[in-house]
Ligand binder design. Sequence first.
Ligand SMILES: *[C@@H]1O[C@H](CO)[C@@H](O)[C@H](O)[C@H]1NC(C)=O
Ligand SMILES: *[C@@H]1O[C@H](CO)[C@@H](O)[C@H](O)[C@H]1NC(C)=O
Ligand SMILES: *[C@@H]1O[C@H](CO)[C@@H](O)[C@H](O)[C@H]1NC(C)=O
Ligand SMILES: *[C@@H]1O[C@H](CO)[C@@H](O)[C@H](O)[C@H]1NC(C)=O
Ligand SMILES: *[C@@H]1O[C@H](CO)[C@@H](O)[C@H](O)[C@H]1NC(C)=O
Ligand SMILES: *[C@@H]1O[C@H](CO)[C@@H](O)[C@H](O)[C@H]1NC(C)=O
Ligand SMILES: *[C@@H]1O[C@H](CO)[C@@H](O)[C@H](O)[C@H]1NC(C)=O
Ligand SMILES: *[C@@H]1O[C@H](CO)[C@@H](O)[C@H](O)[C@H]1NC(C)=O
Ligand SMILES: *[C@@H]1O[C@H](CO)[C@@H](O)[C@H](O)[C@H]1NC(C)=O
Ligand SMILES: *[C@@H]1O[C@H](CO)[C@@H](O)[C@H](O)[C@H]1NC(C)=O
Ligand SMILES: *[C@@H]1O[C@H](CO)[C@@H](O)[C@H](O)[C@H]1NC(C)=O
Ligand SMILES: *[C@@H]1O[C@H](CO)[C@@H](O)[C@H](O)[C@H]1NC(C)=O
Ligand SMILES: [Cu+2]
Length: 568
Amino acid sequence: MINHEVSFPARFFVVVVFVAFLGLVSVAPIEGRVKKYQFNIQMKNVSRLCHTKSIVTVNGKFPGPTLRVREGQRVIINVTNYANYNMSIHWHGIKQFRNGWADGPAYITQCPIQTGNSYVYDFNVTGQRGTLWWHAHILWLRATVYGAIVILPKKGTPFPFPRPDKDQVVMLGEWWNKDVEEIENQGNKIGLAPNTSDAHTINGKPGPLFPCFHKHTFAMEVEQGKTYLLRIINAALNSELFFGVAGHNMTVVEIDAVYTKPFTTSTILISSGQTTTVLVKANQAPGKYFMAASPLIDIPFVIDNKTTTAIFQYKGVSVYDNNVIPSLPNLPSLNDSSFSLTYNRKLKSLNSKHFPANVPLKVDRRLFYTIGFGLNPCRTCTNGTRLVASLNNITFEMPQVGLLQAHYFNQTGVFTTDFPDRPPQAFNYTGVPLTGNLRTVEATRLTKIRFNSTVELVLQDTNMIIAETHPFHLHGYNFFVMGSGIGNFDPRKDPRRYNVVDPPERNTVGVPNGGWTVIRFRADNPGVWFMHCHLELHTGWGLKTAFLVEDGGPNWSVLPPPKDLPSC
Ligand SMILES: *[C@@H]1O[C@H](CO)[C@@H](O)[C@H](O)[C@H]1NC(C)=O
Ligand SMILES: *[C@@H]1O[C@H](CO)[C@@H](O)[C@H](O)[C@H]1NC(C)=O
Ligand SMILES: *[C@@H]1O[C@H](CO)[C@@H](O)[C@H](O)[C@H]1NC(C)=O
Ligand SMILES: *[C@@H]1O[C@H](CO)[C@@H](O)[C@H](O)[C@H]1NC(C)=O
Ligand SMILES: *[C@@H]1O[C@H](CO)[C@@H](O)[C@H](O)[C@H]1NC(C)=O
Ligand SMILES: *[C@@H]1O[C@H](CO)[C@@H](O)[C@H](O)[C@H]1NC(C)=O
Ligand SMILES: *[C@@H]1O[C@H](CO)[C@@H](O)[C@H](O)[C@H]1NC(C)=O
Ligand SMILES: *[C@@H]1O[C@H](CO)[C@@H](O)[C@H](O)[C@H]1NC(C)=O
Ligand SMILES: *[C@@H]1O[C@H](CO)[C@@H](O)[C@H](O)[C@H]1NC(C)=O
Ligand SMILES: *[C@@H]1O[C@H](CO)[C@@H](O)[C@H](O)[C@H]1NC(C)=O
Ligand SMILES: *[C@@H]1O[C@H](CO)[C@@H](O)[C@H](O)[C@H]1NC(C)=O
Ligand SMILES: *[C@@H]1O[C@H](CO)[C@@H](O)[C@H](O)[C@H]1NC(C)=O
Ligand SMILES: [Cu+2]
C-alpha cells in the first residue's frame, strides 16, 4: 500500500524525482471496536548510505506499520519474536489505565519476549486522540523497531481545526551503518559515548544530502490549494531536531495526542519521544520543496550535525525538470538553544469546553530531582571507569525481573521505595562545572505515590561534568508543563510565573540545558511507571527511575496480569 521509494539519476544532486509517492493516506473512517494486528519481529537486510546490513524490523518493514485506530477502540497486537534478540514494545503515550502489563518497557512492566515466543498487548485507547508512536523498549533496538500510532477522534467528533484533505506520517530517525547493538556494546566497553549515527532519516530515508540517495529519499506529492496534516514524530535515539518545509509555514495543532491552541511557525523543535502535528497548506508556487530536519546541539563536542531531507512536491510539476532544485528550509543553527525557549513558550493546551486542561492547582507531593552525570568504577570497561547519569545522585540499576510483577506479587528484594524527594545536598546546580567527587549511588530505588494525589516535579539540570538538554518521558500519564527556565529553579519566584490556565499537556518534555522544567500530574493510574530521559545514550547511563502509584479502590487498582505475560 505504501511505497516511499523515489529514484534519482546518480549524477545530479537533486534532479529527477520519479513519481511513486504513495505515502499519503486519506482520513478514512475505521469501523468496529476492536483492531487487531500481528507484529512479527524479524530480521531484514536493508541498504542505506551505500551500506547493507541486517536490521530488526516488524513484519520486515522499516519504519514499521502504522496503527490507525479510533479513540475508544480496543487494540490487540500479537507480537511474535523471530529475531535473536529479546524484545518488548512500548506504545509511547498510550495511558494504559490500570494496565501497565501492556506498557512495554523491558524489566519495568514486563520481562522481554524471548526468541520464538509471543505476547499479546491488549489495551483500550481512552480519552486520547492525535499522533503517538510505538517502539522497541529494550537495548538500542528502537533504532529500527518503530512506527506511528494515529488515533482518530471518535466518530462524529470533528477535529478542532480545519479538516485536512490528507494526512501524512513523518517519522524522524537515525541510521547507523554498523549494527546498533555493536555500537551500544562499544559504548559499554569504553564507558563513554559510542559513535554517533551516520545519518538522520525521514520515514527511514536519509535523502539527497547523503550518498546513495537514489531510492532512499522520501517524497510526498501535494496538490495546489490542499491542506495536509503532517504527523511528525521524533523517533531518533539521541537527537533533538528542528524541522521545517521550505517556503511553507506550519500551524501546530496537536502535541503528544493533545490538541493545542493553533500557532503558525516556519520551524518546529521536536525532542526525542515527542510528536507534533501540523497543518501545511500547499499555497506556494508549484515546485519541489525540501522538508528537512537537523539537530539542536548544545554541547561543544558532538559533531552529529547531519541534515536529513525529503521532498514536498506539487502535482503537475514536471518531475523530469532538471532545472528545479529544491531549496532548503531556513532551520536555526545547530547551537540555537534560544529558539527552544521561545518556541516552547508558544505551546499551550487548547483548553476548550470539549478538551479542557485539568491542571492540578493544589499540590500534595513536591519532588525536586537533579539531573547530573558522574563517573563510576567499571571493572569491564577499558579505562576502569564509566560515564553514568543520575537523578538525585542515583544511577538507576536495571532489575532482573519486571518491577510491575514484583510489585503486584509482593516480591521483595527487587526494588526499594526510598528514592529521595530532594537531592542529598543543595548546591549551585548550574554554576561552574563540577568535576570533584563524581561518584553516584547505583540502585533500583522507586518513589511511592499515594493514589490520586497530585504531584509536582521540578527537573533541574546541573553542571555535573556538563549541562545538556534532556527530554524526559513519563509512562502511564500525560503531565502539564507548568514552566521552565534557565539557571537554578527559584521556589519563591518561579511558581508565580507558572501557566496554571492552559499549560501544554504531554508525555515528553525537554529540560533546557542548564535550566529547569516543572511538571504536574494527578496520580490516578495505579502501577509502576517508568520515567526516563528519552535520549537512549542517557537512559543507558542510568538517567531513569520509576513511580510506584498505589492502588485506589476496586475499580482503581492494577488489573490482573494477562496469562501470556512473559517470564524472565
Ligand atoms: C541478509 O544477507 C545475507 C548475506 O547476503 C544473507 O546471508 C542473509 O540470509 C540475509 N538475511 C535476510 C534476513 O534476508
Ligand atoms: C500469535 O502469533 C503466533 C504466531 O503466528 C501464534 O502462534 C499465536 O497463536 C498467536 N497468538 C494469539 C493469541 O493469537
Ligand atoms: C477495555 O474496555 C473493555 C470494554 O469496556 C473492558 O472490558 C476491558 O477490560 C478493557 N481492557 C483494559 C485492558 O482495560
Ligand atoms: C566508531 O568509529 C571509529 C572511527 O570512525 C571506527 O574506527 C570504529 O570502528 C567505530 N566503531 C563501531 C562499533 O562501529
Ligand atoms: C509565514 O508566517 C509569517 C509570520 O506570520 C509570515 O510573515 C510569512 O509571510 C509566512 N510565510 C508564508 C510562506 O506563508
Ligand atoms: C558539520 O560538522 C562537520 C564536522 O565538524 C563540519 O565540517 C561541517 O561544516 C558541519 N556542518 C554544518 C552544517 O554545521
Ligand atoms: C579513557 O582512556 C582513553 C585512552 O587512554 C583516554 O583518551 C580517555 O580520555 C579516557 N577516558 C576517561 C573518561 O578517562
Ligand atoms: C500483596 O499484598 C497485599 C497487601 O498485603 C495484598 O492485599 C495482596 O493480595 C497481595 N498480592 C498478592 C498477589 O499476593
Ligand atoms: C551560581 O553560579 C553562577 C555561575 O557561576 C553564578 O552566576 C551565580 O551567582 C551562582 N549562584 C549562587 C547562588 O551562588
Ligand atoms: C553521590 O553519592 C556518592 C556515593 O555515595 C558520594 O560519594 C557523592 O558525594 C554524592 N554526590 C552528591 C552530589 O551528592
Ligand atoms: C481523585 O481526586 C479528584 C479531586 O479531588 C476527585 O474529583 C476524583 O473523584 C478522585 N478520583 C478517585 C478515583 O477517587
Ligand atoms: C533474554 O531474556 C532472558 C530473561 O530476562 C535472559 O535470561 C536472557 O539472557 C536474555 N537473552 C539475551 C540474548 O539477552
Ligand atoms: Cu538525557
